[in-house]
Ligand binder design. Structure first.
Ligand code: AMP
Length: 404
């Protein structure tokens, strides 16, 4: 899908081509048409998804017809680094337009920022604390403000900016477009969105990779060849309620069921090779509680809609972290509690780190005595998104290229 088909003007299409972008990212495909139409939106998007262009391109397009050098778009961000980055994006994507932009953040002198505000800029990218300083000194005029963006809202709240953000919100005109972006949509972010956005006009886009709150996630480290023994051990402890075990392949599901039965655990396999009537019988037995343990592939499990599944076991770590979210979503339905247990062999640690990054949590790691893995597991990558940000030197290079 080309950028032009999203409804962007030639100046902006040219600018993204200058950047070397050939196609909009998924969040851009969803957000840009809505934002151009003036909708309020909540975007569930992490850094690296192209979220900055998703809000910046529509802002530039909406403001471009009348570059007035009065403050019309405000973007609140948690850190000065992000403020600089977003400012660079505004300049890069707006290079064929006449709009002006400035960044306002703490840790540097007030004076140049005061002068920029006094001269008048169309777009201000700001951290909340310093912006409040300027507001208190009467440097900021919001009377012409049309668009507000809350970027990385979850981090802004984590950093304690909630009171500042609320004071800023109180000073803005009610008639405006508001866009909120956040890697995770926690309860606090939801609450902020309810205050800041026009509920009736708002839409939510992007994936919301959040398994239910009632799920406890546990990782058990074990050698690949001993996974089946560990699983048998866990199931023999007769966990309350039903258990759904996921394997990546049909063959793996069958082999595992054979093994479990040999260990005295009545398990059933559910996958695409079974006849429809047989699948139905298996599902009915599981749903009615006659069968406690179901071993399924991802595709076969699509139709499973059973309440009361107490435990989901990932016998293999899924290669796509979103599959993890789908799998564990089978437990803890309707506010119930559930356990998501993942058996990881040492070669799967990095896949698990991707899952944790997507969900934004580190899960407890356990070993079953007697089944400790023989290889020290690779340390998962750190969770925090900051590390994914380009280093200063990289950004400087990118900035340099853009300025030319
Ligand atoms: P962001 O998620 O906004 O931090 O963007 C992450 C990176 O993706 C930035 O370096 C952008 O320049 C780049 N980017 C944004 N949109 C696209 C696109 N459509 N195609 C290729 N790269 C992009």
């Amino acid at each position: 899908m080309p950028f032009a088909s999203l409804g962007l003007t030639p100046e902006l299409v040219r600018a993204v081509a200058d950047e070397g972008y050939t196609e909009p990212t998924p969040i851009q495909q969803e957000a840009i048409p809505l934002a151009l139409g003036g909708r309020d939106l909540i975007g569930s998007a992490q850094t690296g998804t192209g979220k900055t262009a998703a809000f910046m391109l529509p802002i530039l397009q909406r403001l471009a017809p009348g570059a007035r050098h009065t403050l019309r778009a405000l973007i609140l961000v948690p850190t000065r680094e992000l403020a600089e980055q977003v400012l660079q994006s505004a300049r890069a994507y707006g290079r064929h337009l006449q709009l002006s932009a400035a960044a306002i953040y703490g840790g540097v002198g007030m004076e140049p920022q005061t002068r920029a505000l006094a001269r008048g800029v169309d777009i201000v990218v700001a951290t909340p604390g310093r912006l409040l300083d300027h507001m208190e000194r009467g440097h900021v005029d919001y009377s012409k403000l049309e668009i507000l963006v809350l970027d990385e809202a979850d981090r802004m709240l984590d950093m304690g900016f909630a009171p500042d953000v609320r004071r800023i919100l109180g000073a803005l005109p009610d008639q405006r477009q508001t866009m909120l972006f956040s890697a995770t949509i926690s309860r606090d972010v939801d609450a902020l969105a309810r205050t800041a956005l026009n509920g009736h006009a708002s839409v939510e886009i992007g994936r919301r990779a959040r398994p239910a709150e009632g799920i406890e996630h546990v990782i058990v480290a074990v050698d690949k060849l001993r996974k089946r023994d560990v699983l048998a051990r866990i199931l023999q402890a007769k966990p309350a309620g039903q258990t759904l075990v996921f394997t990546r392949t049909k063959y793996g599901a069958d082999k595992l069921v054979t093994f479990l039965k040999r260990e005295g655990i009545p398990a059933h396999a559910l996958h695409g090779d079974k006849a429809q009537s047989q699948r139905q019988r298996t599902l009915d037995a599981f749903r009615s509680g006659v069968a406690d343990v179901l071993v399924a592939t991802d595709i076969a499990a699509r139709g499973i809609d059973v309440d009361g599944i107490r435990m989901v076991v990932n016998y293999d770590v899924p290669a796509d972290p979103e599959v993890y979210v789908h799998r564990v979503g089978r437990t803890a339905r309707a506010g119930a509690r559930g356990l998501a247990l993942t058996l990881i062999s040492p070669d799967e640690w990095l896949l698990m780190a991707d899952v944790e990054k997507l969900i934004g949590q580190t899960f407890p790691r356990e070993v079953i005595p007697g089944f400790e893995p023989s290889v020290a597991p690779l340390q998962p990558r750190p969770l925090h998104l900051e590390v994914a940000r380009p280093a200063r030197s990289v950004r400087a290079r990118v900035g340099g290229r853009r300025r030319r």
